[in-house]
Design a protein. Sequence first.
Length: 105
Amino acid sequence: MKPSRVPGLLSVMFTDLRQHWMLVLLCMAIVISALGVIYISHSHRLLTMERDQLLSQRDDLDIEYRHLQIEQNTLTEHNRVERIAEQQLDMVRPEGKQEVLVPWQ
């Protein structure tokens, strides 16, 4: 009986890869496509989170702007200005006799 030579594992693997090169190429394309989908999904989630944070900041700034407008309107009310002029500056409204009209050119 003559001992038969069994081919090595690596040579069998390379032979199979050469015979089924299209299948190997297809599997590599699937793996690369899956990694691309994962990367794009992660990037989209990050951008969505950043957009939500920016919208929240915009809303906070809008609320602050409205409060500042209300405060400005309150501070410039005519009654308040008159009251401060009378209390702090001791100013009084002139009577009709005290008013002097300055002629315009």
